[in-house]
Structures are given as structure tokens and as C-alpha cells.
Design a protein around this ligand. Structure first.
Ligand code: URA
Length: 188
């Protein structure tokens, strides 16, 4: 396991998969490295690749509003990362091989942060971190405990931008996450 500085530098120099050839920036993660709650998206989009920060495009604006509902803020009491740290071209889903190449970095981040809860943003993160056959439409908002960490998934902010009909149930999920964080004694 690497400490933060070495880990970030390993990511910055990574050539473990083909995404390194088209990236402008590695998108390592942002937030409080001692946070009790970690959010995990799938991978950087265009804006994120250009800026080197997760969720800074339109989906990021919505994510910030969602965080606010849970009394969270990306700069103070949570951490945000992705399954893959470099942008998949044309915003396609990250391939299994790319996820395999990158997941060790996220696992190292989890080991350093030691969050009490992880919220997967969308099905890609949920399938990778909760269960390979995770069904986001059926299971969003449900909690499972894995290796001492409470885990759930909600719809990805991009999905909520495309389909506003999913927003009311997501609002309920956000309120229940806020409640769960209180219940497990997470510092927010
Ligand atoms: N979508 C993601 O899954 N992650 C980002 O960082 C941006 C958009």
C-alpha cells in the first residue's frame, strides 16, 4: 500500500492501460482524505479530463446539489473518486480490462481514507464495488456491509440529467443516506 503522495504520483505516471494515450490529466480524486464518506463514479468525462478534477461538468453541478441535500460538500466532509482515473474516449463505459488495470489505485485510496460508507454513483461503480450482477433500478438506495464498510448505490448524476423521472426516488435515497450517516456515527 502506498501513502498519498506516492499513490498520486503512481497514478500520474500510469501506463497500465490504453487510456493513458488519450488523457490530458489523470483524475485522481478530490476532497477530505479523512472523510467518513466516499463517493465513487465511473470515470472522468471531457471537462474532468481537461481540469484533472472529478465531476466538474454538468453532472458535477448536479452532484454538488445532491451532496448539499446530504449536508455534504466536496471540499470539506467527503471524498470523490472514480473507478478509472483516465477518460474513456467518447465517454464510453470503461472496459473491464481498464477497470482491472485501475482498480488497485481506488482500493489503495479506500485503505488510506478508511471511510465508514461508500456511495456508488451509477451501475458501473456498483457492479464493480458491490456485486457484478448489481441491478441499479431495483437495488438503488439499499445498504450492504462489506469488509466493515457500509455500501450503497444511487443513480449516476448523468442519468438524472437524462431522465428527470428518476429524481424523486433519488431524493428519497439522498435523505436516507443522510439518515444512515447519522446512524453509523459518520462525521459530516
Ligand atoms: N462521471 C463520472 O462518473 N465521473 C466523473 O468524474 C465525471 C463524470
Amino acid at each position: 500500500m502506498l501513502e498519498w503522495e506516492a499513490l498520486e504520483s503512481a497514478c500520474d505516471n500510469c501506463t497500465r492501460c490504453g487510456l493513458c494515450e488519450t488523457r490530458h490529466h489523470v483524475v485522481f480524486g478530490i476532497g477530505n482524505r479523512n472523510a467518513d464518506i466516499l463517493f465513487v463514479g465511473e470515470g472522468p468525462g471531457e471537462q474532468e479530463d481537461l481540469k484533472g478534477e472529478p465531476f466538474v461538468g454538468p453532472a458535477g453541478k448536479l452532484l454538488d446539489e445532491m451532496l448539499c441535500i446530504m449536508d455534504l460538500d466536496r471540499n470539506s466532509n467527503c471524498y470523490i473518486a472514480n473507478i478509472v482515473k483516465c477518460r474513456p474516449p467518447q465517454n464510453r463505459d470503461p472496459m473491464e480490462t481498464e477497470q482491472d488495470a485501475c482498480i488497485g489505485f481506488l482500493r489503495n485510496q479506500v485503505a488510506l481514507i478508511r471511510p465508514k460508507a461508500i456511495v456508488c454513483l451509477g451501475r458501473i461503480a456498483a457492479m464493480r464495488l458491490i456485486r457484478p450482477d448489481y441491478r441499479i433500478t431495483r437495488e438503488h438506495g439499499q445498504w450492504v456491509e462489506k469488509n466493515g464498510i457500509w455500501m450503497t448505490a444511487i443513480y449516476h448524476p448523468s442519468a438524472l440529467l437524462r431522465d428527470v423521472s428518476k429524481r424523486p426516488e433519488t431524493f428519497e435515497d439522498l435523505l436516507s443516506i443522510r439518515e444512515k450517516l447519522r446512524e453509523i456515527g459518520a462525521v459530516v
